[in-house]
Design a protein around this ligand. Structure first.
Ligand code: ATP
Length: 453
């Protein structure tokens, strides 16, 4: 008993460590595995600094009167028309005189592409008055981590492929510059610490000459107090007429407070995500006594119905590893995804699963969000999602089972209940969503067949 509770405590600790808010890694993972815009219907809410100025949004990239070289870059990336956030934000960002902007929209809706286009469209003095003006940087873009800065840099390089006059430099760790260097590249992208040193201590950048300041992933940025302070210190060095642009995927109070300190007098665009519903997903629970019984129930389900692809969520890495091993022994093609993997490794596992190379993905919470695999027809909660205090984690439940039943297709979610405590959690989840979760008897093959119908 003593050993059991000790083992459980270790498991709990490990689960807590895994669910530590590794927002930057999650964001990077999303970027690595995503190759399209996220498919959602959104409502746009706009608060204009000057409510009397006419708001207009564009339906095509041509309407933005971009430089032909940039338009060519946009089309070469396969973009046919602006996304919802781009439609509204781009005219504001490209307006004369420049407008400040705080923009929030869900991850994958095209924010990065929007501000990259705005930075590339800036009227660079060094390009227009070549002989009269010292070349110097004019746009600063701050990202929360080294890897995220590199990802954004890649988008700048891709989009600016046909516009080589605009140059980019990275202000990230490991970049060694000689004392006295004065950077000339028009765009500097980097992390807050290095950027602050380059503006202040080393004077590689003259902050007084900066005309556009972009702060990306504000919600990730504020997860580290140091980053928040450094961003504010950079912002204070910039001139009053510098255009300030801030982007975030979420907009809780702390992000909003930070955004207001960075962006004075802002226009605000929020893209509201339509409420996710569970209407197209059939939900069941199975009663078991231990993990071996849960595994047997899983085998019975697989024996009775054809499952194109399934995602199975476990509470700890240990259970996920054990389950993946058992399923492989049963002859399933299984992929395992867990928190200790490098982000690139995780992206490769997801890619293989998406290509159908494996039919079952066993995972912990790391990939509950953002993964869009169309073929997933069944989601199994081998363990119900709970927060660090052991209460039901309704949001994670919604994200997990939302992996199935996408785009109006019908999906199936099965919850494994193995104790009074987990039954209580299931009941609270039912109450929260006001949705009945039916019991399924996995010893009755006919009954299982029926639920798939
Ligand atoms: N107008 C568009 N048409 C087609 N694809 C687009 C368009 N804009 C962006 N994309 C693509 O959609 C994906 C998501 O875009 P982007 O990375 O800009 O989103 P984001 O909102 O910045 O995401 P995050 O919050 O994770 O940073 C990218 O693969 C990008 O190339």
């Amino acid at each position: 008993m003593a050993t059991d509770s000790w083992a459980q405590a270790v498991d709990e600790q490990e689960a807590a460590a895994e669910s530590v808010n590794d927002k930057a890694a999650q964001s990077l993972l999303n970027k690595l595995i995503r190759n399209n815009l996220v498919n959602t219907t959104n409502q746009v809410e706009v608060l204009q600094k000057d409510p009397n100025s006419p708001l207009y949004s564009v339906k095509s990239f041509e309407e933005l009167r971009l430089k032909p070289q940039l338009l060519q870059g946009v089309y070469a990336m396969g973009f046919n028309r602006p996304s919802k956030i781009q439609e509204t934000a781009l005219p504001m960002m490209l307006a004369e005189p420049p407008q400040n902007l705080i923009a929030q929209s869900q991850s994958g809706t095209g924010k990065t592409a929007a501000f990259v286009l705005a930075m590339l469209s800036h009227k660079y003095k060094s390009l227009h008055f070549m002989h009269k003006c010292d070349p110097h940087n004019q746009c600063l873009c701050v990202s929360p981590t080294y890897e995220l800065a590199l990802q954004t840099g890649k988008v700048i390089e891709q989009m600016g492929k046909y516009y080589p006059e605009v140059k980019l430099v990275y202000a990230i760790r490991g970049q060694k510059l000689q004392r006295g260097t004065k950077l000339q590249e028009q765009i500097v992208i980097g992390t807050p610490g290095t950027m602050l040193d380059w503006c202040g201590k080393f004077k590689f950048i003259d902050p007084k000459k900066i005309r556009v300041f972009v702060l990306d992933e504000a919600d990730v940025m504020i997860a580290t107090q140091g980053h928040q302070d450094q961003s504010i210190r950079i912002q204070r060095m910039l001139p009053k007429n510098c255009q300030m642009l801030l982007f975030s995927a979420t907009f809780e109070e702390s992000v909003w407070n930070f955004a207001q300190r960075i962006v004075p007098d802002p226009n605000i665009i929020k893209l509201k995500r339509e409420e996710e519903t569970l209407d197209t997903i059939k939900q069941y629970y199975v009663l078991c006594n231990c993990k071996e019984e849960k595994f047997q129930a899983l085998c019975n389900i697989y024996g009775a119905i054809t499952i194109a692809q399934a995602m199975i969520f476990c509470h700890t890495r240990k259970t996920a590893g054990w389950l993946a091993g058992e399923l492989s022994r049963e002859g399933h093609q299984v992929a395992l995804l867990s928190g200790e993997m490098q982000v690139e490794q995780r992206a490769a596992v997801i890619e293989r699963f998406r290509d159908g190379k494996e039919k079952v993905l066993v995972t912990t919470n790391v990939c509950a969000r953002g993964i869009d695999v169309e073929q997933v027809s069944v989601v199994i909660n081998f363990d119900l999602p709970v927060d660090k205090d052991g209460n039901p984690d309704n949001e994670t439940y919604l994200h997990r089972i939302g992996r199935t039943g996408r785009f109006g297709k019908r999906g199936l979610a099965i919850n494994m209940v193995d104790s009074k405590m987990s039954m209580n959690i299931l009941n609270r989840i039912q109450e929260h969503f006001s949705k009945k979760i039916e019991r399924l008897d996995t010893d009755d093959l006919d009954e299982i067949e029926k639920i798939a119908g």
